[in-house]
Design a protein around this ligand. Structure first.
Ligand code: HEM
Length: 203
């Protein structure tokens, strides 16, 4: 059964972190440095959505939850949406669109370099997430979308370099990403072993 309500419900749920943040900002609940809070929250939600998007395939594989795959594109686009807000917070509220300063910052601070690289890599994924591009790129689409693992890895590194000493939070994201990657590698091995057995039966 296709639950018609599921997509709009997930859509609103994904929007809720932004609504909460908007409310906190409006109500003056973000403390002495609201810009940092906005940057932190949008950055954290970017990373969370990148990981949640990767979770869709294991959810179908291990629990048979086909609906998770139907949400995958929207979740990925939400990761891009939060990343864009995160970048805009930095460019606008932190750097006031001073492109010279921004360029120096990208060159000087490795955590900014890595964050920027992660965002640049997100662009082709967002641009090719529609059905037309899936069909047009064929096998190349799958290869390109392997970046979906590289980008959160850069996100974890970006976070790690930012926090310096207290690495617990980025470590947790890193472990989750490693588990998702391990599950994908294992599924790939099983698939290859299965097709080798089938070919052996046929030949
Ligand atoms: C996919 C891309 C990105 C991801 C996943 C990401 C993720 C994160 C995370 C998780 C944090 C820390 C959140 C926390 O403390 O709870 C953060 C902070 C930050 N990010 Fe990113 N980020 C990305 C791209 C960028 C880009 C492109 C820039 C700017 C060029 C940037 C600039 C910053 C800054 C300045 C902070 C620190 C905010 C503060 O506390 O003052 N990030 N990011």
């Amino acid at each position: 059964m296709r639950n018609e309500w599921l997509k709009p419900a997930v859509f609103l749920l994904c929007l809720s972190p932004l609504m909460v943040l908007g409310w906190q900002l409006y109500a003056g609940l973000l403390g002495a440095n609201p810009i940092d809070e906005v940057a932190d929250s949008t950055g954290a939600w970017t990373l969370r959505f990148l990981l949640i998007t990767l979770l869709a395939t294991p959810l179908r594989r291990y629990f048979g939850w086909g609906w998770a795959i139907r949400m995958r594109r929207m979740l990925g686009l939400y990761a891009f949406f939060y990343a864009t807000l995160h970048l805009l917070t930095y460019l606008w509220l932190d750097q006031f669109f001073d492109w010279g300063e921004i360029w120096l910052d990208v060159l000087d601070r490795p955590f900014i370099t890595v964050g920027m690289l992660a965002f640049v890599l997100l662009l082709p994924l967002a641009a090719t997430s529609n059905r037309y591009m899936v069909r047009r790129l064929g096998r190349g689409w799958k290869r390109l979308h392997r970046l979906a693992y590289v980008i959160p890895a850069l996100g974890v590194l970006h976070f790690w370099w930012l926090v310096k000493a207290d690495v617990l939070e980025p470590l947790v994201y890193g472990v989750l990403l490693a588990a998702l990657l391990a599950s994908r590698i294992q599924a790939g091995r099983r698939r290859r072993a299965g097709s080798a057995v089938r070919e052996g039966c046929i030949s």
